[in-house]
Write a protein that binds this ligand. Structure first.
Ligand SMILES: *Cc1c(COP(=O)(O)O)cnc(C)c1O
Length: 359
């Protein structure tokens, strides 16, 4: 008898990144800013100081202290991870037991339901309704009715780029009783209504942060979980001991030692996002019924568009890559000329479509 892959794995397929060389990549919500030459030389010197024959610091103490100081939290409540992705996997698989339930929303970042499947947890999905925003009262009502043990959402949300005001997030935490609430703030630098400061006062809150977006360091895989002491202890107990490698720790320390650089980057990215959003709104007026700009509260815009698949292919043909999900598009803010090229290509597409209709 051949070895049999178990039921939960047998229908899974490896993650497929978008292949091919595109001139303009607006598909992954990364930062369009590369590191400055000064920072690059600091990074290289930090890496050359790494003791390659030794295991890394299991608690990444220096790194967590720098993170804590930039975001104004207690470093005793910070755990570093190999990307926040690792932390999401860890939290879902360790804080839920087999068969326990998790409340997610729809549309949302797909990794929450993906990891809950691997963990054999039950993922309850609540549709977000009009405007793609979470309704706190409905969320609590559903959590109660379904007996969930954990609520997870991103704020601002990927892919919808909608954000929930801080008071609404607090309503969800307040109404959650003994449930764990995980707020993934991967894009919070762009919106500025974090609940990080609440962690010290709560016993059921985990906030996730990443260096992959505003900080512009997706390549090094670095994320953080900020949680009350009891939860932090449990997280540290269950994580793999050397989860964040020494090279990443050294580079992360170099980058987080320049807080004013990070703030400057956020400003530049927000300016690009505003430019992209204004241009998309202008297209919406120019071509009524073709597209509707839903939101742009992170470093990307979310757009409803009936011809999303066709437009996606058209842009690909022009060397521009974005994301589409059903009848919606997610477009990352890029450099000024990249945003401009995208908008021009979209305009060409809508013009050609109009000509075809009139022909
Ligand atoms: C990009 C993103 C992350 C970041 O994951 P990393 O593993 O830290 O790169 C986490 N959550 C959401 C919602 C994201 O969009």
């Amino acid at each position: 008898m051949p070895y049999k892959i178990n039921d939960k794995l047998k229908n899974m397929t490896p993650y497929e990144p978008i292949e091919g060389n595109y001139r303009i990549r607006l598909d992954a919500n990364e930062s369009f800013l590369t590191v400055t030459e000064e920072l690059k030389s600091e990074i290289l010197s930090a890496v050359s100081g790494v003791r390659f024959n030794r295991y890394p610091d299991p608690y990444a103490k220096e790194l967590c202290a720098l993170f804590a100081s930039y975001y104004g939290v207690d470093s005793a409540l910070v755990t570093a991870g190999n990307g926040s992705d690792e932390l999401i996997c860890l939290i879902i698989s360790a804080f839920l037991q087999k068969g326990e339930s998790l409340l997610c929303f729809e549309p949302e970042f797909s990794m929450y339901s993906f990891y809950s499947e691997v963990a054999e947890a039950r993922c309850v999905k609540l549709g977000k309704g009009d405007g793609y925003r979470i309704d706190p009262a409905k969320a609590i009502e559903t959590a109660d009715a379904e007996g969930v043990r954990m609520i997870v959402f991103s704020n601002p949300c990927n892919p919808t780029s909608t954000a929930l005001p801080r008071e609404d997030v607090l309503k969800i935490i307040d109404g959650s009783g003994d449930r764990l609430v995980v707020v993934d703030e991967a894009y919070m630098d762009f919106y500025g209504q974090s609940v990080l400061d609440e962690v010290a006062r709560r016993d059921n809150l985990i906030v996730l942060r990443t260096c992959s977006k505003a900080v512009g360091m997706a390549a090094i895989r670095l994320g953080f979980a900020i949680a009350p002491k009891r939860i932090t202890d449990a997280l540290r107990a269950v994580k793999s001991p050397y989860n964040v490698n020494s090279v990443t720790q050294a580079i992360g320390c170099a980058v987080l030692s320049h807080p004013q650089e990070i703030s400057k980057r956020v400003e530049k990215i927000n300016a690009s996002r505003d430019m992209l959003a204004d241009a998309l709104h202008a297209l919406e007026k120019e071509y009524p019924g073709e597209l509707h700009v839903v939101a742009h509260e992170a470093n990307f815009a979310f757009v409803e568009c009936d011809s999303s698949a066709e437009l996606f292919d058209y842009l690909k043909g022009r060397g521009i890559i974005i994301r589409y999900f059903g009848k919606t598009l997610r477009i990352t803010a890029g450099r000024n000329h990249e945003n401009a090229e995208l908008i021009n290509a979209m305009r060409d597409y809508f013009n050609e479509k109009k000509d075809d209709k009139n022909a």
